[in-house]
Design a protein around this ligand. Sequence first.
Ligand code: FAD
Length: 407
Amino acid sequence: MIDFELSADIARSRDMIHMLAESAMRPISREYDEHEHDKPMEFFDMMWNASKMSPVSIGGDGKAAKKDGPATRSLGAAVTIEELSWGDAGLYLSIPNPGLGGAAVMAAGTPEQKERFLARFKEGAPKWGAMAITEPSCGSDSAAITTTAVRDGDQWVLNGTKIFCTSGYMAVEKSEGFVVVWATVDKSAGRGGIKAFVVDHHTSGMTVTGLEKKMGIRASDTATIVFEDCRIPLNNLLGTAEVKKTTEGFKGVMATFDSTRPIVAASALGIGRAALDYTREALAKEGVAIRYGAPAHTLTTIERDFMDMEANLQAARLLTWRACWMMDQGMQNNLEASMCKAKAGLAVTQVTQKAVELLGPIGYSRKILLEKWMRDAKINDIFEGTQQINLLIIARRILGYSSKELS
Ligand SMILES: Cc1cc2nc3c(=O)[nH]c(=O)nc-3n(C[C@H](O)[C@H](O)[C@H](O)COP(=O)(O)OP(=O)(O)OC[C@H]3O[C@@H](n4cnc5c(N)ncnc54)[C@H](O)[C@@H]3O)c2cc1C
């Protein structure tokens, strides 16, 4: 039987988080958009304390699975993230939690590593996790990374530069967090030589050298991190150190994207819904109601546009929930993760742009948040695999080509 109903637990949690997004995020949304590198410390403390009580984790630390049941962890996270991003996507991304680094540990770490690296997110002061893949010379082609990890006795020594690392500053310098760094242990092995390493906060040889100034999600920090003879324990490598001739090892680290792409898609849905909700209310105030069920030939252009926007977003939501549901069932969701990310990333840019258009000059004004949501939207079409890269992955999966055969 196909069931699209959310469980009572998830629905209750969604309503609670929606209230939080409305009361704690919206009021500070503009302030932290205007002041890019300021930090809303009170908000962080509140979210940190709330996350310890929440049945649904944001970054995925595995604990929620025990309480909420293994069949809803990803779906619950997607619903949570849609609500938080409805509040403010930049603030959501800046919340102290394991983040993408946590997702990588969950995807590629051993049970012992999950406990060692993720237990800290349930105690003490707020902490952040981050994931560093992108380099000055590569992003989409993650197999081309040049950061190296060389074994020296009982340590790995990392050298290289990572850019555009979300929450990198908070994870490295401002908390007892960590960064998951992708590096090659053997360049001649190509993809097979790429491994993920956990580098703890304040490790000597790891330095944040810059923060981006961005178009959108300005409440979220995006750091450049340099690794210079940065030494970490051997058992901070996620998974196995063995370099196989096949791409097996690389597939392990790539599996991170199967959980993070639906998360990005969920965030896109939240921004899109914020724009839709605002536009619906603004149109209603002007006496323009959307007449659902009216004969198609009687619909105005505005009504058609609005219904298109809603349908676009709902299609993206169904793909996102499906990718999450598959993950929760332990099914391979690589294709669906890329599908939902590609669809939601595009849908949110179209929906927010149309919303600005529909409201005319006020949509373009900084008096309201619509123009901000349009700026925030675009990142969902860029990070965790661009629109083009996700379409490429979808084509490969459907046609049965390898990355060598179709690139
Ligand atoms: C705000 C922000 C936060 C980020 N956070 C993180 C983070 O936390 N961790 C991290 O590691 N990275 C992060 N990134 C980096 C992001 O993931 C990369 O920017 C993205 O993967 C694209 O890589 P690139 O910048 O090297 O672009 P390129 O790979 O140079 O791509 C440029 C353009 O070419 C297109 N293109 C590339 N290859 C192909 C192809 N084969 N076929 C068709 N088109 C192609 C791309 O789609 C894109 O449109 C972040 C980026 C931003 C802007």
